[in-house]
Design a protein around this ligand. Structure first.
Ligand code: PLP
Length: 460
């Protein structure tokens, strides 16, 4: 028998020997001691030594009601006692049906069909293919519409199609020659406005450019893809009020399909079930993933309007079929837990109870803005981005090699919090189920870690 200590040391050796971690420079990773998670409970993660940490970014923006949520655990176990997986290609299964029905019930108006997949990237990839194919073959489509409009700073996933509509050079530049062309509109990153204006005196110059682009390309644009309300991976860039509604109006006016990528913002993260609801917007296609399964299992879905779905109907030989489907599409375990996730939202009034926590978070974030190296604090609901700058007046960023964001999150671990930065933006995005006490601890740790690293202040 190995002792726990021996087991733990072996795990640390094997982690470095066998794993290749995502979005990670492994050469740097090798220098640090790996943090290996063994258990979770509520909003806490426990490592192999029994140290506890607040899950400050919801296990990468996915967890919703906390870990080992009883109802969700039971949903998986019950389904497991029936069947773990059967295919949705030509067959159906009970959880896939029930989950789809529930998704349509809670989705913005007009979305009527659910196409399942297994990650946010595939959900977006599918949305793009559907929009493209729809225009190629539907009576109501237009085969000249083959291009996509997307935003700078956008992140829609890591597959080639979703990278093609992405706009984060750090992640995407390497693959440039592999990608299809997409028409780019400037995103409303108000802190660093690409037009050098400031909101609200700016008169929405970004939207004027957007209208020009949509108008100029309306004859060839199949769809516009957008992360509604918050561009997540770019650094929690919160769109100014009215922006999304206007984008919807422009898509309607110029007959461009609107694809909303709600992968990050969906399932309560902004304070509403879906971010589009903040502006009374209903997209034509909606991609969802991350929080869809409560953060339990890989599941994603692409929802469409009936008219788009109908564009794929025809005789076999017309070849209008959507020839797309992943092996684990509509996986019963994932769909069962997703249904339970949505039921918890209703039974526990998750969104109603969240509003008080959002206010508390807002209050707790106020002192951050006064720190000498905090350029901007952005918050929408439970999505928070704290942008660190070398110089507050000039907004001069830190040098990338300083890895300031990374240093802050490593410091936060000493304070019992796991978070992950986006370059120099410190992200806080706890599970919706976190307690006020947990929120306070998260904010204290983030505040003290930022001071310790950017000001050399020892923790209070
Ligand atoms: C995370 C994310 C994706 C990709 O989802 P994966 O499940 O990681 O493939 C797509 N779009 C947005 C907005 C995201 O935040």
């Amino acid at each position: 028998m190995k002792t726990t200590d021996e087991r733990n040391r072996q795990l640390e050796i094997d982690d470095k020997k066998y794993l290749w971690h995502p979005f990670t420079q492994m050469q740097d990773y090798m220098r640090e001691r790996p943090l290996i998670i063994e258990e979770g409970d509520g909003c806490l993660l426990k490592d192999i030594y029994g140290n506890e940490y607040i899950d400050g970014v919801s296990s990468l923006w996915a967890n919703v009601h906390g870990h080992r949520k009883e109802k969700l655990d039971i949903a998986v176990r019950n389904q497991l006692s029936k069947i773990a997986h059967s295919t949705l290609l030509g067959l159906s299964n009970i959880p896939a049906i029930e989950c789809a029905k529930k998704l349509i019930e809670i989705a913005p108006d007009g979305l009527t069909r659910v196409f399942y997949s297994d990650s946010g990237s595939t959900a977006v990839e599918i949305a793009l293919k559907i929009a493209f194919q729809y225009h190629q073959q539907a009576d109501t489509g237009d085969p000249k519409k083959t291009k996509f409009i997307s935003l700078t700073n956008a992140y829609h996933g890591d597959t080639i199609g979703s990278v093609s509509v992405g706009g984060i050079d750090l992640f995407h530049a390497t693959y440039k020659s592999l990608l299809f062309y997409s028409i780019k509109a400037q995103s409303p990153y108000c802190y660093r406005c690409p037009f050098g204006r400031s909101y609200p005196q700016c008169d929405f110059e970004c939207l004027k450019e957007m209208e020009e682009i949509i108008k100029t390309h309306s004859h060839e644009a199949a769809a516009l893809v957008i992360e509604p309300i918050v561009q997540g991976a770019a650094g929690i860039l919160v769109q100014p009020p009215g922006y999304l509604k206007k984008v919807r109006e422009l898509c309607t006016k110029y007959n461009v399909i609107m694809i909303a990528d709600e992968v990050a913002v969906g399932f309560g993260k902004t304070g509403r079930m879906f971010a589009c609801e903040h502006e009374g917007v209903a997209p034509d296609i909606m991609a969802i993933a991350k929080g869809i399964s409560g953060g339990y299992l890989p599941l994603a879905a692409t929802l469409t309007r009936e008219e788009i779905y109908e564009g794929f109907l025809g005789e076999q030989e017309e070849l209008k079929t959507f020839f797309h489907g992943h092996t684990y599409t509509g996986n019963p375990l994932a769909c069962a837990v997703s249904l339970a996730n949505m039921e918890v939202f209703e039974e526990e009034h998750t969104l109603e109870n969240l509003q008080e926590k959002i206010e508390c978070l807002k209050e707790r974030l106020q002192p951050f803005a006064a720190l000498p190296h905090v350029g901007e604090v952005r918050q929408r609901g439970f999505m928070v981005g704290i942008e660190l700058v070398a110089d507050k007046t000039s907004k001069e960023p830190y040098l990338p090699e300083e890895r300031i964001g990374h240093k802050v999150i490593m410091e936060a671990r000493k304070h019992g919090v796991i978070i992950r930065p986006l370059s120099d933006v410190i992200v806080l995005m706890p599970p919706l189920g976190i307690s006020i006490d947990g929120l306070n601890r998260l904010c204290d740790a983030a505040y003290n870690s930022i001071r310790a690293i950017t000001e050399g202040k020892p923790a209070a």
